[in-house]
Ligand binder design. Sequence first.
Ligand code: HSE
Length: 403
Amino acid sequence: MINISILGYGTIGSGVFQVLKENCQIIAERTGEEIKVKSILDLRDFPGDVAEGIIVHDFKEIDNDSSIQIVVETMGGLHPAYEFVKASLEKGRSVCTSNKALVAAFGPELLKIAEEKKCNFLFEASVGGGIPIIRPLKSSIAPDVVEQISGILNGTTNYILTEMTENGTDFETVLKDAQAKGYAEKDPTADIEGHDACRKIAILTSLAYGHQVDFEDIYTEGITKITNRDINYAKKLGAKIKIFGSSKKQGEKVSAMVAPGLVTATHPLYSVDGVFNAILVRGNMAGDIMFYGQGAGKLATASAVVSDIMEAAKHPGINIKTIWDDKKLELVPFEESTSKFFVRVSGTKAENEAKVSEEFGSVTPVDAGYADEYAFVTGEITEGAYIKAEEKLGNIINKIRFN
Ligand code: HSE
């Protein structure tokens, strides 16, 4: 029997408890051990709840309980999650977490402690909720050089963009509807500004290349500027607009970005709609591999956490090597990364055509029936060249990169 403690009895923590309870038999068979939740840390009491009798309010009770072998961190936030996780690893207890903020900020340090103490720091649920992506990156794709990762990593924004595309609804209305349905947080900033996806691509890129990518160093653009006109232009181009977290190997460096992008019907991520997430990984040997599923949700995310608990339980006293050190991965300077851009400028075609070709060279016009603006697609240019052209033109309404 393996005794575990759960830190935080919120949505994910209670989901972990439920998955372990409902699937206890197959989990025990597949692990070779029964897994027992001995204690749950939460500030609240849960009268009448199935877990009522094992709730504790002081982390010391768990820290001092020598029978605990695995600690599950589902509290969220950086502090005190970091302190509790660190203390647990230092005692040689494996830790399984769903906390992407913690992993993105302290991944290398916590992995190093786990290695020294011959235990494991596992975080499958921190990216893509129920989608297996961390373990495949660490093991299944391990023989390959990862050439590219491109992910729809946020369900809230994918839902909003899908609704805008399918129903012609504007951003603010869909956001309000998503909040009412519980798909979007009351404060949706982290999702709609791309911060959530940014932490996720930082984790995936760090794991793919073995060195630390600080999320603050990743250029991040949210979806708040996307309008129905943009969606209609995308349709004219046979494309959809989605927000991507992506990274790409360019020589010895890696480029990384979070931004809305256009994808046409032949792209594997084109059909990933609604709250679903998907991650496309290109290995230099395996080629394109796509992971698709629920990027959030209580039981889907809890299932990923439980898969880590089982992994930890199957490796007592053994550290499963994870290559991710604290040396900074060298990123391609943002100005040097290249894209093809869809651009809209105010004013008629006649007013803009000559100036646009002067700044962008040869472009392909796109007509979606708006006489008061001129839209076009550039060739592959650097971000630096785009910024210069934007400054010179001075009348750009919006731009979206092709993915
Ligand atoms: N808020 C996130 C999303 C879920 O909408 O995908 C947790 O990462």
